[in-house]
Design a protein around this ligand. Structure first.
Ligand code: SF4
Ligand code: SF4
Length: 442
C-alpha cells in the first residue's frame, strides 16, 4: 500500500467518521426533543403498525392521490434507495484503499453480469432523476403551484427545498463523472469495457483525453459523490428532508382511531368522575395539571414526532377549507412552527444551559389565536397528509389551553359552552323541549 493510498484512507475515515459523529449528535437531540413530549398511548397492534408503515411510507400509498407529483416523487425515492447500493462499494473501497472492489471480486463469474446490471439500473434511474429534479425546481420557481407560494415557505424553507434539489443534481453529475472517467481509463489502460451503458457512452467520448485528466475526472466524481452524501447526512436533520427517515416511525405509529374522534381529557374526566362518585380516587399526578398545550412540550411525543416528520408539501393546506376561504390558518404552518419552536428551545438550551427559557410559547408567539380559531376541525388536513401527520391534534390542544387556562374564547363560543353545560346541547333550548319539533307529527 503506497503513501498516497494511506492518505486517501485516512481522509476517507476522517470525512465519514466526522460526518456520522455530527449527524448522530443532531439525531440524538431530535430523539430527546420528541421524548420531552407528554406520554401518549397509541392503541394499535404490531400488524396494524407494520401495515401502515409498509403501505404509507414504503409504498407511498397516500402520495398517489395526486398521480403526477406522486410519480415524480417515486422516481426520486427509488433512485435514492437504489443509489445506496453503489455507495456500499464506495465505502468498502474507501476503507480498504481499493478500486471497484466488488467488480474485481465478481469479474469473470456470473455475479459480474449482476453487478453491471445494477450499475446500469442505477445510472438509468439517476438520469431520469436528473430530469425529474429539474421539473421539481421548475414547479417551485416557474409553475407557481399555489401550495408552494404561501407565506410560511418564504425564507429558509424555500431555500431548503431548492438546496436539496441542487444537491441531488450535483450528486448525479458526480456519479456520471466517476463512472465515465473510470470506464474511459479502463478501456485505455486495459482494453476492457465494463459494460456500463450510459457512462460507457460518455466514457467513449472522453477516451481522447490524457490518462491524467481521466484519473482526475474519476477521482473528482468519486470524492464528490462521497462528499455530497456526507453533506446530505449532516444536513438532513436540519431540513424538511428528515421525512426520508422519520416517515417510517411516524407511519408506524399512525393513530388507529377514526378521524374526528376527539379524545377526552383525563384531567377533566377524573374531576367529573370524582364529582359524580365521591369514592372515586383521582390518580396522583407528578406536576401541575395543565389543560391543553401552551408550549411544545405540553404536546404528546407523537405530535412532536409529527412536526419533525413534516415534508412541508402543503397538501394539508391545499385541502384546508379555512385556508381556501382566505383565513390565516395553514395546517402546514402549524407543523413548521411546532418544529421551529423545538429547535429554538434546543438552541437556547445549548447556549444558556438546560434551564433556558425565553418567556415565549408556541401559543401566541408562534401560532396566533386567530389561526387556531379559524379551524373547523374538518380533518381534511389529516386525510390528505401523505405521512400520517395530524395537525388537528396540535390545534385542538392549543385551543383547549386558550379556552380552559386563559378563558379566552369569543362571546359566541361562551354562549355555546354555557348551553352545553346547562342544556347538554349547543342551543339555547331546555333539554325537555328537545322533541318539540315532533309535536305536530303523529
Ligand atoms: S381540521 Fe382545521 S386545519 Fe385541518 S383542514 Fe380542517 S379546518 Fe383546516
Ligand atoms: S402536515 Fe403532512 S400534508 Fe401537511 S405539509 Fe406536512 S407532510 Fe405535507
Amino acid at each position: 500500500m503506497n503513501f498516497l493510498t494511506v492518505i486517501q484512507i485516512l481522509l476517507f475515515i476522517g470525512l465519514v467518521g466526522g460526518s456520522f459523529f455530527v449527524a448522530i449528535r443532531k439525531f440524538k437531540e431530535i430523539y430527546d426533543n420528541v421524548n420531552k413530549g407528554r406520554p401518549e398511548h397509541i392503541p394499535s397492534t404490531f400488524f396494524f403498525r407494520l401495515k401502515s408503515m409498509l403501505l404509507i411510507a414504503f409504498g407511498q400509498k397516500k402520495m398517489f392521490k395526486l398521480t403526477f407529483p406522486a410519480f415524480l416523487h417515486l422516481v426520486i425515492y427509488v433512485s435514492f434507495v437504489i443509489t445506496q447500493i453503489e455507495l456500499i462499494e464506495i465505502f468498502i473501497d474507501g476503507f480498504t484503499g481499493n478500486h471497484r472492489i466488488l467488480y474485481h471480486a465478481f469479474e469473470g463469474n456470473a455475479l459480474e453480469k449482476l453487478y453491471v446490471f445494477v450499475i446500469n439500473f442505477i445510472e438509468i434511474l439517476s438520469l431520469l432523476t436528473f430530469f425529474v429534479t429539474i421539473l421539481f425546481i421548475l414547479r417551485r420557481t416557474t409553475f407557481k403551484v399555489r401550495r408552494f407560494q404561501m407565506p410560511e415557505l418564504k425564507g429558509w424553507p424555500w431555500k431548503d427545498a431548492l438546496l436539496i434539489l441542487a444537491f441531488e443534481l450535483t450528486l448525479i453529475i458526480f456519479i456520471f463523472m466517476m463512472n465515465s472517467g473510470d470506464s474511459a481509463l479502463e478501456m485505455k489502460e486495459h482494453g476492457k469495457d465494463y459494460g456500463f451503458l450510459l457512462s460507457g457512452l460518455f466514457g467513449n467520448m472522453l477516451t481522447g483525453l490524457p490518462n491524467g485528466a481521466l484519473f482526475f475526472i474519476e477521482k473528482t466524481g468519486w470524492w464528490g459523490h462521497l462528499c455530497m452524501v456526507m453533506t446530505f447526512l449532516v444536513y438532513l436533520p436540519y431540513s424538511k428532508h428528515l421525512h426520508i427517515l422519520l416517515a417510517f416511525p411516524n407511519t408506524y405509529f399512525t393513530r388507529p382511531e377514526p378521524k374526528g374522534e376527539i379524545h377526552n381529557m383525563p384531567a377533566i374526566m377524573h374531576e367529573v368522575t370524582s364529582m359524580i362518585d365521591p369514592s372515586y380516587k383521582v390518580p396522583a399526578t407528578d406536576g401541575e395539571i395543565k389543560f391543553g398545550a401552551k408550549d411544545v412540550y405540553d404536546l404528546s411525543w407523537k405530535s412532536l414526532l409529527d412536526a419533525y416528520s413534516c415534508t412541508e408539501c402543503g397538501r394539508c393546506t391545499a385541502a384546508c377549507p379555512a385556508n381556501i376561504t382566505g383565513k390565516k390558518l395553514s395546517p402546514r404552518k402549524i407543523m413548521m412552527d411546532t418544529r421551529d419552536r423545538m429547535e429554538d428551545l434546543t438552541r437556547g438550551r445549548k447556549l444558556h444551559g438546560p434551564d433556558f427559557t425565553d418567556n415565549k410559547s408556541l401559543l401566541g408567539d408562534y401560532i396566533t389565536k386567530e389561526e387556531l380559531r379559524a379551524c373547523t376541525t374538518c380533518n381534511a388536513c389529516v386525510e390528505e397528509c401523505p405521512v400520517s401527520i395530524n395537525p388537528l391534534t396540535i390545534i385542538l390542544e392549543l385551543r383547549r389551553n386558550m379556552i380552559m387556562e386563559e378563558a379566552d374564547s369569543p362571546p359566541e363560543w361562551n354562549n355555546m359552552f354555557s348551553n352545553m353545560e346547562n342544556n347538554q346541547a349547543p342551543w339555547q333550548f331546555s333539554p325537555s323541549d328537545r322533541l318539540n319539533w315532533a309535536n305536530e307529527m303523529n
